[in-house]
Design a protein around this ligand. Structure first.
Ligand code: ADP
Ligand code: MG
Length: 357
């Protein structure tokens, strides 16, 4: 069988740059060298693409270790210094000339997970792993995701969408109407960010203006959302036209909610695989995950996150991640492994799915 050349694209312009580097490093270490040749492509913080050379050097360092032992800022500065010192010519986006058969974008958040890089690859005629342009774009926007899945009969948290420009123009009336519409506590979150950046659980009226100021500063659209009781349950979905859903996993946040500190700094949140809910309820979550995957037009993969309250059998879809984390402690590969698909096989399957017509 001829060797397929895979471009592993990582880094990127979002706040989740460093997580992307760590995810890409574990994928690079897992791709079967008998079947695939891997060409790393690194997108710097400022958005410049580099093929090989510095991209390989960055994959070779233990960025997770640097983050753990120092700080995220120091890890980011290390990457910038490496790029500067290497003084390498940027990649000219001639994928064909580089012999690339398929791309594996391992980019989290804006620019990489939201359809922009996917659109670029389509324009260049390069097949790629994961969701296409539309599903990537919709799922990046939490308000649009909820509209689409609600239309498919899946429950979502009651919420109101606010345009940041409207808020800035008339803070007082928006604050007043939110206070009369939502019972404390509730959530304020930017529509298009990830990693819990800019999200506040608002417990009292005094916290509302600060929460809205922050979210509206970070994004043009903001959601005010009812707080949903229950466990945080996640499902990994894999496939194109005939997708499969993994066993359910559960995250028990260490703090008031699963915030940035808990995700990337404290590492105190607990993972449970399978989720601590009865099997019939797990089956219901899996089936909702598959329905959501189809309704959103997802392809390849997605991690679909729910709130599940076993007291009244209620499941509420929270959000969909089309390029979930791929570090060795990330939920998506762990869920697939628990469902009988090991990391190496998973990467191979994603590449085969990308090459399906
Ligand atoms: N409506 C809600 N009810 C309860 N908890 C919520 C709600 N919205 C967000 N959270 C908490 O905030 C975390 C991050 O919110 P989420 O919408 O998943 O954004 P992100 O894309 O940043 O992960 C969730 O994992 C959960 O702990
Ligand atoms: Mg989330």
């Amino acid at each position: 069988m001829p060797i397929t050349t895979v471009a592993l694209i990582f880094g990127g312009k979002s706040a989740e740059h460093e997580i992307s580097v760590i995810s890409a490093r574990s994928i690079a270490a897992t791709i079967d060298p008998e079947k695939y040749r891997t060409i790393p492509i690194y997108i710097s913080h400022s958005g410049t693409w580099y093929l090989g050379g510095i991209a390989q050097d960055i994959l070779d360092i233990d960025l997770a270790g640097i983050m753990r032992n120092t700080s995220l800022e120091n890890a980011a500065a290390t990457l910038d210094r490496m790029v500067e010192t290497a003084a390498q010519e940027p990649f000219g986006h001639d994928f064909r000339a580089a012999g690339i058969d398929v791309a594996f974008p391992v980019l989290h958040g804006s620019y990489g997970e939201d359809g922009r890089v996917q659109g670029h690859l389509e324009t260049c005629g390069i097949p790629y792993t994961g969701c296409g342009v539309l599903a990537s774009a919709i799922t990046m926007d939490k308000a649009l995701t909820k509209l689409c899945v609600a239309d498919a009969g899946i429950a979502v948290a009651p919420s109101r969408t606010i345009l940041s420009s409207d808020y800035v123009a008339d803070r007082d009336s928006i604050i007043g109407s939110i206070e009369s519409e939502f019972a404390f506590p509730f959530f304020v979150k930017p529509a298009n960010l990830g990693s819990s950046v800019g999200i506040t659980k608002v417990h009292r009226a005094g916290d509302l203006p600060g929460a809205l100021d922050q979210a509206c500063f970070l994004d043009t659209k903001v959601l005010v959302e009812k707080a949903i009781a229950g466990r945080e349950v996640e499902v990994a979905v894999l496939g194109n036209d005939d997708p499969v859903a993994s066993v359910c996993g559960e995250i028990e946040p260490a703090s008031d909610f699963y915030d940035y500190q808990d995700k990337y700094i404290d590492n105190k949140a607990k993972l449970f695989i399978p989720a601590r809910i009865p099997e019939p309820l797990q089956e219901k979550v899996r089936s909702a995950a598959l329905r959501a995957f189809r309704a959103l037009g997802c392809r390849g993969m997605s991690r679909i996150d729910f709130f599940v309250d076993e007291k009244n059998d209620a499941i509420v879809l929270n959000e969909v991640n089309t390029i979930p984390g791929f570090t060795d402690i990330s939920m998506y590969p762990l869920l697939m492994e628990a469902s009988g698909i090991g990391f190496k096989e998973l990467v191979g399957r994603l590449l085969s799915l990308a090459l399906e017509p």
